[in-house]
Design a protein around this ligand. Structure first.
Ligand SMILES: C[S@@+](CC[C@H](N)C(=O)[O-])C[C@H]1O[C@@H](n2cnc3c(N)ncnc32)[C@H](O)[C@@H]1O
Length: 285
């Protein structure tokens, strides 16, 4: 299995009539595991928010820099990747294990397509596992046998919520979701997160409405609404910022090229910046 085979639509739980975040986002990263409905949803969003492809790709670049920082500079050896998405280049365990071969990663996602492809490509060594769980139920993630096998909570852990926080509605109690694991982890553990934000609440609400109407849970926030969830944690320099400003590295690995229909949108965020993605890495003191 290479991960590029057509998705087995007959598999239980896989919907071809509703777009999913994992598949639409994966398309913007150059992935092939998506349906017409996912591509149409992305193209429709691009009519109003042409910066969306850049936002997705900037997040994936941030993922590389954040995981590298945690594994190489801080010495983190255990990662829980909440809402891990479809496998692509430089998945969390590949970045972490490049700098720390003994690093363990538990990948968590709710989308059955992620599970179908992830089991082969993300769980490719004994130090990684992919579990199907709802990240809004962090207790279930903590109790899962694979989490218990791979993560030693007496040692520091990094919990990742990358390009995921906008999938948490206020009714989901995002603070509880983000903080349950990190607040129980030992001091010296880390939280890394990102979410699509807007400085203009009206623009943010417009984006939320569009994506909610497509059937994907979504809540755009302002940067202040995001950082309100993070009290008591110590942001690593430069803090919670637009992702391209988080320790930029012009020499980091390139992402896969995007499909032809998305190519005209590359670079659109230089002109349109009504929505963007904000995030950072924070230490539990
Ligand atoms: C935009 S992708 C981000 C993927 C990856 N974290 C990254 O940064 O490249 C969001 C992922 O979160 C997952 N997700 C959304 N809501 C979820 C939930 N309630 N439980 C588990 N996973 C969820 C989606 O299935 C999708 O794979």
């Amino acid at each position: 299995m290479t991960g590029n085979e057509p998705v087995p639509a007959a598999d239980a739980g896989i919907r071809e009539d509703v777009p999913t975040s994992a598949r639409s986002y994966g398309w913007a990263l150059g992935g092939k595991d998506n349906y017409e409905v996912d591509r149409q949803a992305m193209l429709m969003a691009l009519q109003t928010f042409p910066e969306s492809v850049d936002i997705a790709r900037e997040n994936r670049r941030f993922l590389y820099r954040a995981v590298r920082y945690l594994a190489r500079d801080v010495g983190i050896r255990q990662f829980i990747d909440m809402g891990c998405g479809l496998p692509t280049d430089n998945n969390v365990h590949q970045v972490a294990q490049a700098f720390a071969p003994d690093a363990s990663v538990v990948y968590v996602d709710i989308d059955p397509v992620v599970l179908a492809h992830g089991r082969a490509l993300l769980a490719d060594n004994e130090r990684t596992a992919v579990i199907q769980a709802d990240l809004r139920d962090p207790e279930a993630v903590l109790a899962h046998p694979q989490t218990r096998r791979l993560i030693d909570f007496d040692r520091p852990v990094a919990v990742l919520f990358l390009s995921v926080v906008h999938h948490l509605l206020d009714d989901d109690d995002p603070r509880r979701v983000l903080r349950t694991i990190i607040d129980r982890a030992v001091p010296g553990s880390y939280l890394a997160l990102s979410q699509v934000v807007s400085d203009d609440p009206d623009k943010g609400a417009e984006l939320s409405e569009m994506i909610l109407n497509a059937g994907v849970p979504w809540q755009t926030r302002t940067p202040d609404q995001l950082t309100a969830f993070l009290d008591g944690l110590e942001p690593v320099d430069p803090g919670v910022v637009e992702l391209s400003a988080w320790r930029p590295d012009p020499d980091q690995p390139e992402l896969a090229p995007v499909d032809e229909p998305l190519q005209p949108y590359l670079g659109a965020s230089k002109i349109n910046r009504r929505v963007y993605q904000c995030g950072g890495v924070l230490r539990r003191p």
